[in-house]
Write a protein that binds this ligand. Structure first.
Ligand code: G1P
Length: 296
């Protein structure tokens, strides 16, 4: 079986939920503790064995490309000052030319269309898709868990977790037949159903391992929910064609950094997980919560 070494990062969205910040800064560059959101997805992919990083961008995303560029002037300055720890940090987050590629999504036509834009770079092999809005804290990177499940089943794998029923209309939802440990057998998948039409409350989270057949389906997928070409619909076509698609209940905590509340929760959780910040930050949080509770 061909190893999964390529990952697609759809980063063409306008980030309207974070206006006005996203007027001039791409959403993926917004800072979570001390690094941009996109860095978490890159690190997760690299730790899972990904070597080819494909970004599907759009107009106004040049700050994202600059972030991955070399920074010779900054490096010289740090070198001259003997700031080796900061130099190491820069090196650990930089990307070599050749391991990173950019394709433009010329029109905002949805997630499925964004993935299809990367078709020529993906070629005829299985690939990963990571939506950087979904940040997942886990001991084994979520994508690594999924690649292991892909190697076990040979199939398409979509990350899944239960969500509150009143949120089904904001996710792709799985139609479950059977659960075997972390692998979930499914017979369908539907994008953003109203609660009354939702087949379950098991939602797709932004991590996918997909076979090239999905690209074939995307070629003919018509506009679906929100009048966009949905990745969910192409995966649903593959469920019908081969049944070779599985849900995967990953181990880890997921933060929805596509929403303000989720981004704030991630900031608190990731801030508290840093030993150098823990004491001061946890004291502050305890005291602000105590003051609020006392005032209520
Ligand atoms: C996308 C997918 C949806 C999935 C979600 C996970 O939706 O279309 O199926 O459940 O990501 O975050 P979006 O959040 O981009 O609207």
């Amino acid at each position: 079986m061909k190893k999964v070494t390529k990952a697609v990062f759809p980063v063409a969205g306008m980030g309207t939920r974070f206006l006005p910040a996203t007027k001039s800064i791409p959403k993926e560059i917004l800072n979570l503790v001390d690094r941009p959101l996109i860095q978490y997805a890159i690190d997760e992919a690299r730790d899972a064995g990904i070597t080819d990083f494909i970004f599907v961008t759009s107009r106004g995303k040049s700050a994202l490309e600059d972030y991955f560029d070399g920074s010779p002037h900054l490096e010289q300055t740090l070198n001259a000052k003997g700031k080796w720890d900061l130099l190491d940090l820069l090196h650990s987050t930089s990307m070599d030319s050749g391991e990173i590629a950019y394709v433009r999504q010329r029109e905002a036509r949805g997630l499925g269309h964004a993935v299809l834009c990367a078709k020529r770079l993906i070629g005829n092999e299985p690939f990963a898709v990571l939506l950087p809005d979904d940040v997942i804290a886990s001991s084994t990177p979520c994508l690594k868990q999924m690649i292991d499940a892909h190697e076990e089943t040979g199939g398409n794998i979509v990350a899944a977790m239960e969500i509150p029923w009143d949120k089904t209309s904001t996710y792709g939802i799985l139609d479950v037949t059977k659960t075997r440990g972390s692998i979930v057998n499914i017979k369908g998948m539907v994008e953003k159903p109203a609660v009354d039409n939702a087949p379950s409350n098991l939602a797709v989270i932004g991590r996918y391992i997909l076979t090239p057949q999905i690209l074939m389906h995307l070629e003919t997928t018509e506009e679906g929910a929100g009048s966009e070409i949905q990745l969910t619909d192409a995966i649903a076509a593959e469920i019908k064609a081969s049944g070779n698609v599985y849900g995967f209940r990953f181990e880890g905590e997921r933060f929805d950094c596509g929403s303000k509340a989720g981004f704030l929760q991630a900031t608190v959780a990731f801030g508290l997980s840093r030993p150098e910040l823990y004491d001061e930050f946890s004291r502050f949080l305890s005291s602000i919560v105590a003051t609020k509770v006392a005032a209520e």
